[in-house]
Design a binder for this molecule. Structure first.
Ligand code: ADP
Length: 503
């Protein structure tokens, strides 16, 4: 293939904002697909067309009005007829071409991955195998444009079946067998382990399962890590950490074995979607040039959460999936000391309620009354009001491949207090380490005392420091726009993967 021919790129993903989201994966898939269209179309060495995104048509998705329904028959060794009939709902929207894989028995149920708050759907291998099979089958015959993809970009374990299918069912198929594959690992902790009795549901025959070594069950993320032409994760910092047993989640050896075929590309942020100057969810809008509306956001947020709006003492917000990863237990351990020092906490989380039990106990104790607001649900608009209305933003993650919250909080003029790990280390500069360039506060380790100390440094700067305004200003000025660095880096990775595949 000529190195300068425009390329065709397809994404397969389990989440995409605004249709289906539990975390940052959705933000990235949507924003990267759009940014690639913006920087790649018409560029030398760019894209031949919009990115094609394949996503399950989960329950509750508002299918774009102009979507065209295209029937598709997908080979399925477990179906009596040998095929599963489904539909693709195709629309050009948000700067890419969305393909919703519509098969109600697989996707019309509560919860993307499992019943809310209750583990996984037992047949996830079948559900996500079907997503991948539908995408590859459609792409094989030219997709929506009549031409097969040069590169298939898969995301996290849910799309691991695509790597298995490419190397078995579609091995001899020139369109899919010849296409390059890039895996982006957004979260190394979830592997999609599929036990032997469930492996046939992936859509491979017994012979094909044996050929890809899945007869005794299969770790779908590992399969994608070992089989994709290139693998990246979402920050250089986490890419380095992932090679160690401490952060590698059992895949550090597989990642080390990929040598320079595994690397980090820092996520961007959709700066149009996340902009306090245009955010409809906020009671008042503000910008880097004029932050006066932020005070109104603070007052409204505290009123909404039942915290005293007239109290000037610091309010820290935290937003995230209720997962051990995010460090809610660390915050719970630190909370009594923080309350004693005058802090108030506004916490929004969704997922497993157990994770937040220790924090709930502090919130319900006499000391926590009026000091901790804990909201346990997914609430897109409240999250926006919390990014804007708090004085500081907490992200004490145990590990963090990149993290979105700290980038949003910087953009919303709410300095982040983060654990120095992975992408958090790459995106937040500690102001005591670098008073000229600093944008927030970082602490090392898992000791709650370190978190309390970082919050105390935050308050010292906020209450006494004439440089506080400059700190906010620098944070709001950071250029996380996908189009600046991240999307061009992906285009370069696509070219490299295509060259590797061709060789
Ligand atoms: P992860 O991908 O590990 O979940 P990120 O920080 O990359 O973490 O992304 C989390 C995204 O999901 C952010 O956009 C955050 O605002 C959003 N989010 C997480 N939990 C909630 C919630 N309970 N309500 C609203 N938004 C949430």
């Amino acid at each position: 293939m000529s190195s300068s021919r425009p390329i065709r790129v397809a994404f397969i993903a389990a989440e995409c904002e605004p249709w289906a989201k539990t975390g940052g994966l959705a933000d990235v898939v949507d924003a990267l697909a759009r940014a690639l269209g913006q920087v790649g179309l018409g560029a030398a060495c760019g894209l031949a067309d919009l990115v094609d995104v394949y996503l399950p048509n989960y329950r509750g998705i508002q299918v774009p009005g102009a979507a065209q329904a295209v029937p598709l028959s997908v080979p399925d060794p477990l179906a009596r007829s040998g095929t599963t009939a489904l539909r693709l709902l195709i629309s050009e929207t948000h700067g890419y071409r969305l393909h919703l894989v519509d098969h109600p028995p697989a996707f019309d149920r509560d919860g993307l991955y499992g019943p809310p708050g209750d583990g996984d759907h037992p047949d996830n291998a079948w559900r996500f195998g079907l997503l991948c099979r539908a995408a590859l089958e459609h792409l094989r015959t030219g997709g929506s444009t009549g031409a097969p993809p040069d590169l298939i970009h898969i995301h996290d374990w849910h799309t691991g079946p695509a790597a298995l299918l490419r190397d078995s069912v579609y091995r001899a198929d020139p369109a899919i067998g010849g296409a390059a594959m890039l895996l982006t690992v957004h979260n190394l902790a979830y592997h999609g382990w599929t036990p032997p009795e469930r492996a046939p549901e992936l859509g491979l025959s017994p012979r094909e399962l044996a050929a890809v070594g899945a007869t005794n069950g299969i770790d779908l993320l590992r399969a994608a890590v070992t089989r994709s032409d290139l693998v990246n994760t979402v920050s250089p910092g986490f890419a380095a950490e992932a090679l160690t047993p401490e952060f590698g989640m059992g895949l550090d050896g597989d990642l080390r074995a990929r040598g320079d075929r595994f690397f980090g590309i820092l996520n961007g942020l959709d700066t149009e979607l996340w902009d306090p100057a245009t955010d409809d969810a906020l009671p008042a809008r503000y910008s880097r040039e004029n932050r006066s509306g932020k005070g109104a956001c603070r007052r409204a947020l505290l009123g909404e959460l039942g915290l005293d709006p007239s109290d000037a003492r610091p309010v820290l917000s935290m937003i995230g999936r209720l997962d051990r990863q995010k460090g809610f237990d660390l915050l719970a351990a630190a909370a009594p000391a923080l309350i004693a020092q005058g802090f108030r906490l506004a916490v929004l989380g969704s997922g497993s309620h157990e994770v937040v039990e220790p924090l709930r106990a502090v919130a319900q104790s006499p000391a926590g009354a009026g000091r901790i607001a804990l909201v346990e649900r997914f609430d897109r608009d409240l999250a926006r009001r919390m990014y804007a209305g708090a004085d500081g933003f907490l992200m004490p993650s145990r590990f963090e491949p990149c993290g979105t919250g700290q980038m949003v909080s910087l953009r919303y003029g709410t300095p982040p207090i983060v654990r120095a790990t992975g992408g958090l280390r790459d995106t937040v500069i500690d102001v005591d380490r670098d008073p000229v360039a600093g944008t927030g506060f970082a602490f090392e380790g898992e000791d709650p005392k370190a978190l309390v100390a970082a919050c105390a440094r935050f308050e010292r700067h906020r209450s006494g420091d004439r440089a506080w305004d400059s700190l906010l200003d620098r944070g709001m000025a950071v250029d996380f726009d996908w189009r600046s660095a991240s999307a061009p880096a992906y285009l370069e990775a696509y070219r490299r993967a295509i060259a590797l595949r061709a060789a």
